[in-house]
Design a protein around this ligand. Structure first.
Ligand code: NAI
Length: 263
């Protein structure tokens, strides 16, 4: 299926690894003009070179308002207005039970996983609205609707992302700007590599043993009994970025192999 995005301009955050990078590859393969951003400029420039010779990349810490403004200036200067924005940057953030997490843990997590996306969208929204055709996709998480008690700042921030996506989908749809979210669960990326390395250390098992026990004990409804692959998430994001998703707005697509227990 041709996604109908040849020549469209896309910015992907969190794009030097994981879901963001896989999305960049797929949008590029579909003919979009792709720009990557992530924390470390050298690393994201390297990642961009791996996607294609014509792919641009700029570093920015999205928790820094001035850095987001500068990112916007650089992207606009290089490619003009965006047609597509995929917000994938994020961190697991503060871990532990509620009584173990202080203000600093909450602030860092909410700053990165909720406020940074707000800033990014605010900076690029005027351009996205100008074109009369736009797609905005937020990467949320299964945790947004099924909170786990050992990472509540992350869950609360991701629930905020779903509210933000839904709210934004009301504001600009008639201008052609469609807004949706994708909620993955347990995807094989550096984020869950770090989680499983920590779990293996804590439980005295191997990395694979940690994955098996995590699936068994913590993700009992993830019916495929394996980590997801980044391409399995990128495929859904790319669809939502496409011209084919022309009647899809304000939705949350789960890519979680059933991990969220409710319908
Ligand atoms: P990842 O760690 O490979 O990618 C996240 C990227 O965000 C990193 O490259 C990191 O440098 C970037 N980032 C972090 N803080 C930043 C900041 N302040 N400014 C700019 N960039 C920043 O992890 P993954 O798994 O690809 O995560 C992508 C998104 O998917 C995240 O929003 C995450 O919460 C979400 N997600 C991931 C799941 C998984 O199982 N891997 C499950 C559910 C949601």
């Amino acid at each position: 299926m041709d996604l109908g995005i040849r020549g469209r301009t896309a910015l992907i955050s969190g794009a030097d690894s994981g879901i963001g990078l896989a999305t960049a590859r797929l949008l590029h393969a579909e003919g979009a003009r792709v720009v990557l951003t992530d924390l470390d400029e050298a690393a994201v420039v390297d990642a961009a070179a791996g996607v294609g010779g014509d792919v641009l990349a700029f570093g920015a810490d999205l928790t820094d308002a001035a850095a987001v403004e500068r990112l916007h200036e650089r992207v606009a200067g290089a490619v003009g207005d965006l047609d597509i924005l995929v917000q994938s940057a994020g961190i697991t953030g503060a871990q532990g039970l509620f009584h173990e997490i202080d203000d600093a843990g909450w602030s860092q997590t909410v700053e990165t996983d909720l406020l940074a996306p707000v800033r990014l969208v605010r900076a690029f929204l005027p351009g996205l609205r100008r074109g009369g055709w736009g797609r905005l996709v937020f990467v949320a998480s299964e945790d947004a609707v099924q909170p786990y008690d050992d990472e509540l700042p992350y869950c609360a921030a991701k629930a905020g992302i779903l509210a933000l996506a839904k709210g934004l989908s009301r504001s600009y749809a008639t201008e052609g700007l469609l807004v949706n979210a994708v909620s993955p669960a347990f995807i094989a990326t550096p984020m869950t590599d770090a989680m499983m390395t920590r779990r293996a250390e804590q439980t005295g098992t191997s990395f694979d043993g940690a994955i098996a026990s995590f699936l068994d004990e913590e993700r009992p409804y993830l019916e495929l009994k394996r980590r997801g692959q980044v391409d399995e998430v990128a495929a859904v994001i790319a669809f939502l970025c496409s011209d084919r998703a022309s009647f899809v707005n304000g939705s949350n697509y789960r890519v979680d192999a059933g991990s969220v227990a409710t319908i």
